[in-house]
Design a binder for this molecule. Structure first.
Ligand code: NCD
Length: 297
């Protein structure tokens, strides 16, 4: 059998997504570490900054009784000028049981998975995808709404957000109604319609009251160096979430990190009663346990 991988939501069927989510929620309920697993070495190669994703993958591996080896850009020979391919050959010759990778280049996890027989998990590739974030967001939604098919809004810098792309694929696959809320400079409408031609588009925050869940996304300023300042300024003016936009109606999600007072105002971020942002962080550990279990079984 070909090795399992989670490099994109496209690698998973609706049935796979359902069973990974069920397992994550089960892990969360039992809050137990799993002893007695045969030792496995999980390499976490993070070539872009990360707090939540790195720590949760490390904790997930340890909770399953596995060894977690963390490598970041500064600590690797990439910072001495070694090429990406030479670094990969070096890591693979140490025979990891799985590789978790975050890279600024789109599709590098897919390219590694094609060339090697080590199971690969994509922890974010450029502007392309972040499948484990979408899976954990789905678990948080599922815990609250069970099987109900609700209305979900995704707002912000959709065009440069790998979280948006994976979420749109996953939520489409699972049959949810998706509302995209974004200014034209943050929208790649044609690409999104190719994934799901039933997506509804909105140009302002007027629709929020009708949503069950609103996912707010970070302006990806590092990916738009020339225009970031102007775009952030105009986004803040029109889209920065205040209490009067939400009126306590939708649950609020954000993958983090938040640009305070650009996407979400302090008043909402610090006090909104229906915020799920820290629940997303908590679920991250259990979901990544479920993903490691899925690719290693
Ligand atoms: C996201 C990422 O890195 O893509 N963060 C995360 O993994 N929690 C979102 C972001 O950086 O905006």
């Amino acid at each position: 059998m070909k090795n399992r991988k989670i490099t994109s939501i496209d690698d998973l069927s609706a049935k796979d997504i359902h069973s990974i989510a069920e397992l994550a929620i089960k892990f969360k309920k039992s809050k137990k570490r799993i002893a007695g697993n045969k030792t496995k070495n999980i390499f976490n190669l993070f070539l872009e900054p990360s707090t939540r994703t790195t720590i949760s993958f490390e904790l997930a591996a340890k909770n399953l009784g596995y060894n977690s080896v963390n490598i970041n850009f500064e600590k690797s020979s990439l910072s001495k000028g070694e090429t990406f391919n030479d670094t990969m050959d070096t890591l693979m010759s140490m025979k990891p049981d799985a590789l978790v990778i975050r890279d600024k280049n789109n599709f590098s996890p897919m390219n590694i998975a094609k060339k090697s027989n080590v199971p690969v998990i994509n922890a974010g590739d450029g502007t392309n995808e972040h499948p484990t974030q979408a899976l954990l967001d789905y678990c948080v939604i599922k815990e609250i709404f069970k099987k109900k098919k609700i209305k979900i809004g995704i707002c912000g810098d959709i065009k440069h957000s790998r979280v948006a792309h994976s979420n749109i694929k996953l939520l489409s696959k699972m049959g949810y109604q998706i509302h995209i809320i974004a200014p034209t400079y943050f929208l790649n409408r044609n690409e999104l319609i190719k994934i799901n031609d039933k997506i509804k588009f909105h140009k302002n925050l007027n629709y929020l009251e009708k949503l069950d869940v609103l996912m707010m996304l970070r302006v990806q300023k590092e990916r738009i160096p020339k225009d970031a300042k102007n775009m952030m300024k105009s986004f803040k003016k029109e889209f920065c979430l205040q209490n009067n936009h939400l009126l306590n109606k939708p649950y609020l999600m954000h993958p983090g990190p938040v640009n305070r007072n650009i996407e979400i105002s302090d008043e909402v971020l610090d006090n909104y009663p229906k915020s799920l942002i820290l629940k997303q962080v908590e679920m991250g550990v259990y979901l990544r346990m479920a993903c490691l279990h899925y690719i290693l079984k």
